[in-house]
Ligand binder design. Sequence first.
Ligand code: GAL
Length: 741
Amino acid sequence: MTIDRLMKTLPAMVLVWALLGGAGGVSAADLGDLQTVGSWDQAAHGIWRAQLGDMTGELRYSDLAAAPPKMDVLNQLPEARFPFDPNTITYRVSPDHRVLVRIPTDPNETLYGFGLQLDGIKKSRKVMTLNVDHWSRGGGRTHAPVPFYLSSRGYGIFFNTARFLKIYNQVGNRKDSQRNPPEVDRNPPLDEPQPGPWLALPPGDAVEAQINGEGLELMVFAGNHLLEVVQRYNLFHGGGALPPLWGLGFWHRVHAQFNADQVREELAEFKRRDFPIDVIGLEPGWMTKSYPCTFEWQHKRFPDPAGFTQELLAQGIRLNLWENPYISKQSRLYQSMYPLSGSHLVWLGLVPDYTLPEARRLLTEQHHQDHIRIGISGYKIDEVDGYDFWLWPDHATFPSGISAEAMRQSYGLLMQNMLNTDLFKKRNVRTYGLVRAGNGGASGYPFVIYSDAYDHGEYLTGISTSSLCGILWTPEARSARSDREWLNRMQTACFSAMAQLNAWSSGRKPWSDASVTDAVREAIQWRMRLLPYWYTAFADYHHRGIPPLRAMILEDGFGGGNDLRPAGRLGGGANPDTARERIEKTDQYMIGPSLLVAPFYEEQATRREVVLPKGRWYDFYSGHPVGDGETITVTSKALKDRIPLFVKEGAVIPLLSRPVNQVDQAVGHALEVRWYGKDLGRFDLYEDDAQSYDYERGESKMRRLRVVRVEGGGYDLEESVEGDEAISLFGPVERFRVMTE
Ligand code: GAL
C-alpha cells in the first residue's frame, strides 16, 4: 500500500549511476566474494536508495511511516551530493538467506546513532545487535534500535528493512582490504621498533552489517551538516510529530489500582496545592483483566466511564489509557481475533497480526466504541519491546506470512500506525501518547518512548540519541531516594518531550518531598510558561524535520554542526580528543532554536559543568552573560534550585506572561517575549488550532516577532503575521523584556 503511495510521490526522480567498472571504482579483484551496488535510485533531493537482493517479501520501515515524504520541503534544502564514491559500497546475498553489506569508513570517521541508545551517542568500534528489546539487554538491543547512523563526515545510512541487524562498526579486518593498519609485534625484542602500539582491537575500515533475509534496502542521506542529514531522514518519513497542545502540558499517571474516586481526590489535591495538571494516565487497573488485556472498563473501579471521562474533560483534564496488545479470553474481541493472530501467546493472550486490515478494524472499532467515543485522548502502549522470553519466539508464525522477526521489529510501529491513523487521524483529531518500542521511519508518530530502566544519566543520554533518529523519549520521573534526586528528576522530565510523573507503582505525587515542593512546582510552571516556545519547536519538527530536543552534535558552534565537515576538522580546540568529548556530550542538550538545558542529575547533584558552544550565551533567568565556548560550573544554590538553562546570543523567546495550571488556560493567554544578548533577533511563532489536522489544509499562521532598534535609542518588538489571520492560539504580546542590559 504505502509503497504505491511512495512511488507516486517520486515521479521522474530516478537517477541511475553506471557504476560497474567506473573510473576510480573498486575493481572486482578487490572485492573477493562481494559485489558493488549496481544502481542507486534518487529517492528525493539528497536521498538515495539501493535494493540489495530481493525485497518483495521484506517489510520496509518507511512503509509504516505516518505520512509520505515531504518532497516540497526536501526540495528546498540546500544542494547535496552523494557523500562518497558509491562504488565503494559492496554486498553479498548468500544462498543461506543472508544479506551482508559493507560500507567503508575513513580511519578518523566517527559514527553516531543507531536509535535510542542509553549508553552514549558514539558508536564507532562497536559490535551491535539491533533488535527491539528492553534496554537492560544492552549491546544495541533497546526500545528503538533504529538502524540509522550518522557519520562525522556528514552523511547518514539507513538500513530500511524490518529485520534483526548485526552490525560491526569499524570492527574486523578483511584480508583483502587495502586499508588495514600495519601488523605490530606484541612482544618485540627491545631493539626492534614497531610502527605503533599493539592494539587488541585493530581499527576496522568499514561498517559491515548483516541480516537474515532475502533483501535489504540501503538508504543514504546527505547533508551539509549533521542536522541537515537528520532533517532529511525525518522529512523523508513525513516530518516529525505535531502533538496537540494539551500533550505538552503536565502528565500524571496514577497508581495502577486507583479507582474513579481516588483519581478525583488526586485531582482535587493538585488544585489545592496549586500544581499544573493536564493528563491523567490510568494504568492497568482500569480494565476488567490485564496481562492479557480485555480493553474493557473495570466497572468495580470505574462504574460510569463515560460520565467520569466527561466530568474530567469539563475540568480540562484528558485521560490516557494504558494497554498492552495481548488479548484475553475474557475480551469480546477474542473469538474474532483468534484466526487473525500469531501461533504463540503472550501472557496467554492472543498476538493480533495488525498487518491484516480485518484485525485493525476489529480493534479500532472496539477502541472507538469503548474509549474514543466517550472522550479518551490516547494510549500508552506497553510491552511491545521484549524480552525474548516474554514475547513470541523467533519461529512463531503469523497469518499474513510476515516473519516473527519482522513482527518483533515493527510491532510498536504497527500499533502506532494503527491507532494514530485509524482511530485519531481518521476523525481529524490529534493524539499524544506513549509506546515502549519504535523503530525506523517513526518520526511522524505522536508517541513518546519510555522505559522501565531508571538511571538518570542514561535517561539524559536518551534525549540526545533519540533526537538523531526520529524518536521522542521521556525521562519520566517515578520515584527517588532523596529530595534532591526528586527535584532533579522532575526538572529533567519537565524539559523533555513529555513532562510525566509515572506513579503506577510508587504512588508518588509531585509534592511528595516537602522540602522541594516549591521548586518542583516552579519546574512545572516553567514547562507551562514555555508552551508557545515548545509548540513552535514541535512545529519545526513537523514541517522542517528539526528535532524539538537535540543532541549537542547537531548544534553549530559545538563542532557538530557546520564545522563538522570536512572530516577531522572538529571544533572546540586543537586537541581532537577534547573536541570529540565536547561534541559527544549527552548530559546537556538543546530545546528549540536557542535553549540549552543542563540538568543536575546525580542523586545529590547540586553542581555540574556545562560546556557552552561557541558564540555568546546568557543565563535564561537573569539574562546575564555566562560565556562563549568555554566550560562553566553551575550550582543549584546560585540558580535558586532551578534547572540550568542557557540562551543563545540574539535569541527571542516567547512565553506565557504568567504561569497557568492547565494548557487550556494557555489558549488566548497574553505573552511575554524575552530578548537575550545584543544581536537583533527574531522568532517565528507558529499557531494553528492545536488539536486537529486542519493545518494540513493551510489553517495555520506564523507570527513573526522581530527585535528592532527604535529611533532615539532603545529597542522594541515588531510583529507581523503570515498565513491564515483568522487562526489564533496564543494571546497578544503583553510584555517585551530586554534581558541583557
Ligand atoms: C510496565 C510499564 C510501567 C507500568 C506497568 C504497569 O510494563 O513499564 O510504566 O505501566 O507496566 O503494570
